[in-house]
Design a protein around this ligand. Structure first.
Ligand code: AMP
Ligand code: MG
Length: 337
């Protein structure tokens, strides 16, 4: 495995590697992806092996221009209103952290879609990712660059530490901006359905196409839908704001607060003179976007400290709050199992 920069020269080299069927981890605005040429079944198989991911999980295919959608998805197979909605979403929210599930074209290998008649497509908002995809075949299948069920990587070092030589090249673009995986929206059913909350808030989608079904649980065994995905090794307990403010503390545990104000409230109630527990704050000013960007990074950092437990505070339910809480709930479920 080699770590490269995101210079034009290094990106051109990485694109050649993709064309040769090698695996390239690359930054996007959400998290680092483990990329393979979407049209090369051997390369796709290597992704599953590298991630130790169950074969039946479909991958998100990344494109670098709206024209990249046509070879992958057949919008004419959708009914008129749904097709208009897809066009509106593509025009207004791409590039960005929104993955659309659409009817697939025959050229897309079954390994990329787990044999489903649908394909997941995303147009990432990240210069280096777009240059890489454009210089490769224009379609790069990429799940998050972490072993199945572990924390998603927001830095090149996370990929190196978690995947090592199971990846051929890593493009180091520094820390990712959004820090949460994309929102996954299924546009192939009778109503648009949110399969996974993520970096694109539900409100932004609904402002464009009206209400979406958030009842969850689809026909696909999506990893984003498994209860114990996104897991740190350290057991994690998710606590509501009131529970979090309780002045208890466990020796050896770490406390992860949503805002500076929450930590302040908690610390004021701590008995004076006691040991100071390890604390972290996702966003000092309580901003959901900043908190999301810091989430995996902070969990990776806490996970390296050998804590007995992480007590994490729920995010308020607006904006990216539901996506943050989804990841924290899954981290908590993994520890409990
Ligand atoms: P990851 O790339 O690891 O962030 O996960 C991709 C997410 O998209 C998972 O939750 C997948 O199951 C979901 N996904 C990909 N393709 C499809 C599809 N055709 N239908 C439903 N969900 C999909
Ligand atoms: Mg993932």
């Amino acid at each position: 495995m080699r770590i490269l920069s995101i210079s034009d020269e290094d990106i051109a080299r990485a694109a050649r590697a993709l064309r040769e069927g090698l695996l390239v981890a690359f930054p996007t605005e959400t998290v680092y992806g483990l990329g393979a040429d979407a049209f090369n079944p051997t390369a796709l198989a290597r992704v599953f092996r590298a991630k130790k991911r169950p074969r039946f999980d479909p991958l998100i295919i990344h494109i670098a221009a709206l024209e990249g959608l046509d070879p992958l998805a057949d919008l004419d197979a959708l009914e008129g209103e749904r097709r208009d909605q897809v066009r509106r979403l593509c025009r207004r929210l791409w590039p960005g952290p929104l993955t659309l599930i659409l009817p697939k074209r025959g050229a897309v290998p079954d390994l990329a879609t787990a044999g489903l008649p649908t394909v997941a497509v995303r147009f990432p908002d990240h210069g280096a990712a777009l240059r890489l995809i454009a210089l490769s075949t224009g379609a790069v299948a990429a799940p998050s660059a972490n072993p199945f069920g572990r924390l998603s990587p927001t830095r090149a070092e996370h990929v190196r530490d978690q995947l090592g030589d199971r990846v051929d090249l890593i493009l180091d673009g520094g820390r990712t901006r959004v820090g949460l995986e994309s929102t996954v929206l299924d546009m192939t059913g009778p109503v648009p359905r949110l399969l996974r909350p993520g970096g694109c808030p539900q409100g932004e989608i609904e402002a464009l196409i009206g209400p979406v079904d958030i009842s969850g649980g689809g026909p696909v065994n999506a990893p984003g839908q498994l209860k114990s995905h996104y897991a740190p090794r350290t057991p994690l307990t998710l606590r509501g704001p009131e529970e979090m403010a309780a002045p208890d503390y466990e020796a050896g545990a770490g406390y992860l607060f949503f805002s500076g104000a929450s930590r302040e409230r908690w610390s004021r109630r701590l008995p004076a003179g006691g040991p100071a527990p390890l604390t972290r704050v996702l966003s000092e000013k309580g901003d959901g976007v900043e908190a999301a960007a810091n989430l995996f990074d902070t969990l990776h950092e806490l996970d390296r400290r050998g804590l007995s437990r992480i007590h994490a505070e729920e995010a308020p339910p607006e904006g990216l709050g539901p996506a943050i809480n989804d990841r924290l709930r899954k981290a908590a479920a993994a520890g409990a199992s």
